[in-house]
Design a protein around this ligand. Sequence first.
Ligand SMILES: Nc1ncnc2c1ncn2[C@@H]1O[C@H](COP(=O)(O)OP(=O)(O)OP(=O)(O)O)[C@@H](O)[C@H]1O
Length: 254
Amino acid sequence: MTSKLQLKAVSKGFKRHTPDAFTALDQINLDIADGDFITLVGGNGAGKSTLLNSIAGHFPIDSGDIYLDGESISHLDEEERAAFVGRVFQNPAMGTAPRMTVAENLALAKRRGHKRRLRRSVKEDDRQEFAEMLSRLNLGLEDRLDTEIGSLSGGQRQTISLLMATINRPEILLLDEHTAALDPKTSKLILELTNQIVRNDKLSTLMITHNLQDAIDYGNRILVLSHGSILYDIKQEDKANLTAIQLYQLMEGV
Ligand SMILES: Nc1ncnc2c1ncn2[C@@H]1O[C@H](COP(=O)(O)OP(=O)(O)OP(=O)(O)O)[C@@H](O)[C@H]1O
């Protein structure tokens, strides 16, 4: 497998030069193969979101380097990286424009990285493409193309966020507890949809979850983070026989 994303000795601290200074990521080395679907687990404050933020360019890292397809991307800011990074957050309200319609949001996502991205009108063939894409989900969303995103339910909104993040087949997909705010049934639905999109498009993906069974059931590799370091990197073969209790024990060091 060829490498898609590489982190070399990546460190990130907060509140530097103050008495509260601490290291959120400590010399992380990570090689993500093309098409890897990695689930990321670890206790509160382990550094999971900081890892995703560092990859997305949400802030500059303190030291180390990040490479996409062998080229350093460390100097690119978040907006520049949005051309190849797709991201979905826990809060369905993030990543979508609430006063714009479903079709307008999808069109905006499709034009991301292209010029004149703020054009609001939606081309007819795009509308048709979106309607077909949504009708395949059987959620009735194809009839809501002209509905403002803000009036959709959390689950419907998260479905659109996921489609927006993946519509241009990003090089890297970052999922930050993207089903945590949803009820169990909707969460399962979004996870299944995620799995389908990631597998079909062979997207290299990092997914943070606090649900250890989901971490085992989805993806081909589990990373356990603790105090800013990768404690375990569990590959497909070992993951297959792992139980949620065993994973919990690994996380807690018991
Ligand atoms: N922008 C920031 N400014 C200051 N401290 C931050 C910032 N972002 C994260 N931190 C701190 O860095 C540490 C790691 O946080 P991070 O959000 O990466 O953990 P996490 O593993 O995602 O935790 P959780 O499961 O609680 O979301 C925490 O102590 C957090 O308070």
